[in-house]
Write a protein that binds this ligand. Structure first.
Ligand SMILES: *[C@@H]1O[C@H](CO)[C@@H](O)[C@H](O)[C@H]1NC(C)=O
Ligand SMILES: *[C@@H]1O[C@H](CO)[C@@H](O)[C@H](O)[C@H]1NC(C)=O
Length: 552
């Protein structure tokens, strides 16, 4: 696991002028090594602290009478790179993908404390800035950067505040250039959408990624962010649309609030920060994590007693999100009244872990770390957005999540081995888990909701799994010495085996998936041709991306 190393130093002004300066911060953030593992997960890159502008001052609105039914207002700005795409792709993005994703998010969320207009802050040429007493603006040391960027996108001049600078000694502070314009009206969040083939696109096989870039001063709510689509991964095939749509929604939710880089900035219902602040108004920066450190009102560690094979019980360390609405919704969902919080992903490295719900527990919830099947945005994700303190939420926009529903405390607090064995003893189905090996011909079953055919993803790994994830004491047709090699194919689901949709590939080309609701998946001739002899079948395991075909 790579950790972003960030060096943060405080710049002390030892001049008579220091009295003028309430806070003088010198941010010298060493270029952190880019984190990259090629893997089929959603790696939400938490933006480095130096790429984010915190405490952006926005003018309070003068008159603000808002209708109760008013929605979150996302202003989408398409970068030139989107305009330059092939016409079909451009049309897909601008007329279908983003309008539909944003419409869902706008209907689901509403900002608690809206601002009249948004005018973003400028980046500094040196990454060094200071703040003056009785002045809410940020002053750059020496000069403002030529361009202010939000992720890979250059922010248009008319979206930016005036440049404010002080000299090297923090004196002679002044504004430069034209006075502030009005800013962007009727918007709570500015989303810059680009389609640039960035380094990440090449490295990670992803469709899109997004993050926030500026947070306002009053509540620390993100007011701007970006979403970059990797042009080569955008598919105009209709059967891929649902997956891409949920990927785009998933990514924008990271930018709006669900990010380990934002946990320390969450507020309670009364508008007070859940994590203590320092004189500069910011929480403590954790150098080793590369993020602002959250308090235990947001995230808590816990240890579970974890049953594995050979009657061993190991300690299993987890992180729980413990804010009130999330706790309430998680308890209701699993029917576990003493559940302390909703477990966060513990695998997949920085970017996947902590930034998603635990895959083992909420498999097809859209805010888990990889796409497997039928993604839904559940009440638990909406509860998290409410618990940021920034949004009100319309729960009737939540989609129904069947996975884990009403399964009780043993399901959510014990290993899947414990659960599977307990169900077997009671002679009850082990669903949502499964325990049949993938074999040739494929043993097809129906997914729990009967909407797709699926296959148990229990498989043999070339290496033994870590002891913590060895769940089988016996398996039909498997030698005892080989049992440590067996587990579900999805690592971030703690290798628990479950029935999963898959896709058909013919000569390496994607043909169709096993979702019965998608019309393109049901060409009669293909069904007959392929059901009998499936040349290649692979599980869905990436945000609308198929694994490279594996032979069965
Ligand atoms: C919540 O969403 C539902 C379904 O879209 C809608 O009918 C209802 O009017 C919304 N409620 C509010 C308060 O916006
Ligand atoms: C920073 O993060 C590391 C790794 O999670 C943790 O061990 C350490 O206690 C944190 N530091 C503070 C000051 O909380």
């Amino acid at each position: 696991m790579a950790t972003a190393s960030a060096v943060r130093e405080v710049f002390h002004f030892s001049s008579p002028f220091s009295a003028v300066l309430l806070l003088a911060e010198l941010l010298l953030l060493a270029q952190a090594p880019a984190f990259n593992i090629a893997s089929p997960f959603c790696h939400h890159h938490i933006p480095r602290a130096r790429e984010v502008i915190y405490k952006v001052y926005l003018k309070e609105s003068r008159v603000m009478k808002r209708n109760i039914n008013e929605h979150l207002r996302i202003k989408t700005i398409y970068d030139r790179s989107v305009e330059e795409l092939l016409p079909e792709k451009k049309h897909l993005i601008k007329n279908k993908l983003f309008p539909q994703a944003i419409s869902y998010l706008e209907k689901t969320f509403q900002v608690r404390k809206p601002m009249a207009t948004v005018l973003l802050s400028r980046q500094c040429v040196t990454n060094q800035y200071l703040r003056k007493k009785d002045d809410p603006h940020r002053y750059c040391r020496e000069a403002c950067a030529e361009h202010t960027k939000c992720g890979p996108v250059i922010v248009p001049e008319e979206h930016l505040q005036q440049c404010r600078v002080c000299n090297t000694n923090g004196r002679n502070c002044q504004t430069i250039g034209e006075a502030d314009k009005e800013g962007i009206r009727d918007a709570d969040f500015i989303l810059y959408v680009s389609a640039l083939t960035t380094e990440r696109c090449g490295q990670e096989n992803i469709i899109a990624y997004a993050a926030y870039c500026q947070l306002e001063a009053d509540m620390d709510r993100p007011i701007a962010g970006y979403a970059n689509l990797c042009p080569n991964m955008i598919s105009t095939q209709p059967q891929e649309f649902i997956g891409m749509l949920s990927t785009v929604k998933h990514e924008i939710i990271h930018a709006l609030g669900f990010s380990a880089g934002l946990f320390a900035f969450y507020h309670d219902d009364d508008g007070n920060p859940l994590t203590a602040r320092y004189a500069n108004g910011l929480p403590l920066f954790n150098e080793s994590l590369g993020v602002y450190q959250w308090s235990d009102k947001v995230i808590r560690k816990a240890v579970r007693l974890w049953d594995v094979r050979d009657n061993n019980i190991l300690p299993h360390n987890i992180f729980l999100l413990v804010t009130p609405k999330v706790v309430e919704e998680a308890r209701k969902h699993f029917d576990c009244p003493n559940l302390e919080g909703m477990e966060l992903e513990n695998q997949g490295g920085i970017g996947t872990e902590l930034n998603h719900w635990e895959k083992r527990l909420l498999e097809n919830e859209a805010m888990t770390g990889s796409q497997t099947q039928n993604r839904v945005f559940s009440r638990i994700t909406l509860a998290l957005m409410e618990d940021t303190g920034w949004y009100k939420v319309n729960y009737s926009m939540a989609e129904k999540l069947e996975w884990g529903r009403g399964k009780g405390c043993d399901f959510v607090m014990k290993s899947c081995k414990y659960w599977i064995n307990q169900q077997q003893r009671k002679k009850e189905p082990v669903a949502p888990y499964c325990d049949t090996l993938r074999s040739n011909p494929l043993q097809l079953t129906c997914r729990q909701d009967q909407r797709a055919v699926a296959v148990c993803n229990l498989q043999k790994f070339p290496q033994p799994l870590p002891q913590e994830y060895q769940y089988f004491d016996s398996l039909y047709g498997v030698l005892p010495k080989d049992l440590p090699h067996y587990g579900g194919s999805v690592e971030i689901a703690d290798y628990c085996p479950f029935s999963q949709e898959f896709s058909w590939h013919l000569s390496g080309e994607f043909q169709r998936s096993s979702d019965c609701r998608i019309l393109e998946n049901q060409p009669e001739t293909m069904v007959q041709r392929n059901m009998g002899q499936i040349p290649f079948a692979s599980f869905k395991s990436q945000l609308s991306l198929w694994n490279s075909a594996e032979r069965n």
